[in-house]
Design a binder for this molecule. Structure first.
Ligand code: BLA
Length: 527
């Protein structure tokens, strides 16, 4: 059965990813009753990790099973759990007669205290020879910030961050992944080994990181998938508690992730994955996404440093974005002033716009324009035929109206407009008070975006490839993701932004005042 891309991805947003009842098996999870610290749930790998069977833990009081110190440690941690400020706790636990040090990560959910144990020695990477672990973490954050602070270009920032995170965590590939206004994602920074295929510049459909995951990632800022081949360890309870009330693992660092996502990673030949949330004003702006070809564990401390880096780097990215937008706005305003000034000295405004074609089009990042001013009509750049331009103008007048309107899918106005919608599907139309008008055009998104390695033709020439597979899961891979993305934006242009609209308004009012002056001059001459 062939499954269309939307049909296939529809269910993605509904999987309850925090209630899967399973943890990654390199660590142990226990849920304690917040009142008496009795162990009410435990992951079924406890015997391997601490030498005690789940059934011997369930129903026991945690301080009595471990040591008296355990209670103090948990209590000290409990009164300020929200930020995980006291994590990790170093706990020494006697396992089969030998003392083993664990990182204890504690948080509260409902009436349970969740204790997760990880062995920091599992981390293979970059142990400091003299054990100055803390200094290393501190240097990573401070050094990366200092490097990024020098930069004002988003590409360079992306390069710098991904290089730093890759060096520090040892992942094979690190990407900076940004969500666009319409929620689809794009890789804007990447550091990888030479031999690996570049993902830089690839675009992904919004469904690749479904809505509930984005929501969760705004609150829980880092996840590590240590081994995609790990089936995970179910969390068991002494009674039928798990069946009645599923345990909320939203903030559990060991949470096993969705099987669909695991499949996606497998298809990409990824063995381990880590992602750091970049949250801007409560919205998931993007992720720092890390891939490894084999399994990879990163210690809690190192993860905490990554999380902190994400937060501060987000501030720097926001500042850089604002500076870039400000520069663009200033440049567009200056160009607009120059063009209007030139128009003021010419007999015909349209002639001036034609003469300044390039800066005129780039005012609103368009590739074509139709100018209807003072009884003349001019087509600039790539536009539909004149008769169709006129029809578009009429349709907009009839159905959308307003002095300035923008649309991304011209075929919305009339189905037969799809004949030219590859090159001209985005329309920004302005109507002047005297009835004159300017229309700007943009091509399909796939024709606008650029990416490394793969020209868009490959996608375009094989539009059916996304539906060829029998199993929907086979289609979960970056290349197919790109094809699905391309299909999802067929017939649609890159959205006109608020910044585009702002410049359009400026242009409109400038030309209007020119038109007004001309009209005055004409009437004075006539008098
Ligand atoms: C989660 N999807 C994710 C995550 C990433 C991506 C980064 C976060 C988990 C992690 O850190 O690994 C997507 N990863 C990407 C993309 C790139 C990358 C785009 O490296 C590009 C290079 N995924 C799908 C479809 C579905 C889906 C069609 O492609 C739904 C059917 C689901 N993705 C999905 C789910 C999660 C997810 C459910 C949440 C996993 C979890 O946290 O449990």
């Amino acid at each position: 059965k062939l499954v269309g891309p939307t049909e296939f991805t529809e269910g993605c947003d509904r999987e309850p990813i925090q209630f899967l009842g399973r943890v990654q098996s390199h660590g142990l999870l226990m849920a304690l009753d917040a009142g008496d610290l009795q162990i009410v749930r435990v992951s079924d790998n406890s015997e391997r990790l601490i030498g005690i069977r789940p059934e011997d833990l369930l129903g026991q009081s945690a301080p009595s099973v471990f040591s008296g110190e355990f209670r103090d440690v948990i209590e000290s941690c409990l009164h300020d759990l929200s930020a995980g400020k006291n994590n990790p706790l170093r706990l020494d636990i006697a396992v089969r007669g030998e003392s083993v040090t664990f990182d204890g990560v504690v948080h509260r959910t409902g009436d349970c205290v969740i204790v997760e144990l990880e062995n920091p020695r599992t981390e293979a990477h970059a142990r400091s020879p003299r054990g100055r672990v803390i200094d290393q973490h501190f240097e990573f954050v401070r050094g990366t910030l200092a490097d990024v602070a020098q930069l004002s270009d988003l590409d360079e920032i992306g390069q710098q961050i991904t290089r730093a995170v890759r060096g520090y965590t040892g992942f094979d590939r690190v990407m900076l992944y940004r969500f666009e206004e319409d929620e689809h994602g794009v890789v804007i920074g990447e550091d990888r080994p030479e031999e690996m295929e570049p993902f830089l510049g690839l675009h992904y459909p919004a469904s690749d990181v479904p809505q509930q995951a984005r929501k969760l990632y705004c609150r829980s800022l880092l996840r590590l998938i240590v081994d995609v081949d790990d089936p995970g360890s179910p969390v068991v309870a002494s009674d039928d508690r798990q069946a009645r009330v599923p345990l909320d693992l939203s903030h559990a660092v060991l949470r096993s992730v969705s099987e669909t996502h695991i499949e996606y990673l497998r298809n990409m030949d990824v063995g381990a994955s880590m992602s750091i949330s970049l949250v801007q004003g409560g919205r998931l702006w993007g992720l720092i996404a890390c891939h490894h070809r084999g399994p990879r564990f990163v210690s809690y401390e190192r993860r905490a440093a990554c999380e902190m880096l994400g937060a501060v780097v987000m501030g720097q990215i926001t500042a850089a974005e604002q500076a870039i937008a400000e520069r663009r706005r200033a440049a567009a305003n200056a160009d607009c002033a120059k063009i209007v000034q030139a128009a003021a000295t010419r007999a015909s405004i349209s002639d001036a716009l034609v003469e300044y074609e390039r800066p005129f089009l780039s005012l609103v990042e368009a590739t074509g324009a139709a100018v209807f001013i003072g009884g003349t009509t001019r087509l600039l750049g790539t536009t539909p035929e004149l008769k169709n331009v006129t029809r578009i103008l009429d349709e907009i007048e009839n159905s959308v109206g307003g002095p300035i309107s923008r649309l991304e899918r011209v075929a919305e106005l009339s189905a037969d407009f799809s004949q030219f919608s590859k090159n001209c599907c985005g329309v920004l139309a302005m109507r002047f008070v005297n009835g004159d008008a300017i229309l700007f055009f943009r091509p399909e998104t796939v024709r606008t975006i650029k990416w490394a390695g793969n020209p868009y033709r490959e996608v375009e020439d094989r539009p059916a490839s996304v539906s060829e597979s029998d199993s929907p899961l086979d289609r979960l891979s970056p290349r197919n993701s790109f094809a699905i993305f391309a299909e999802s934006v067929r017939g649609r242009s890159v959205p006109w932004t608020e910044a585009n609209l702002e410049v359009a308004e400026l242009l409109k009012s400038s030309i209007e005042s020119l038109l007004g002056r001309r009209a005055d001059e004409v009437s004075q001459l006539q008098r």
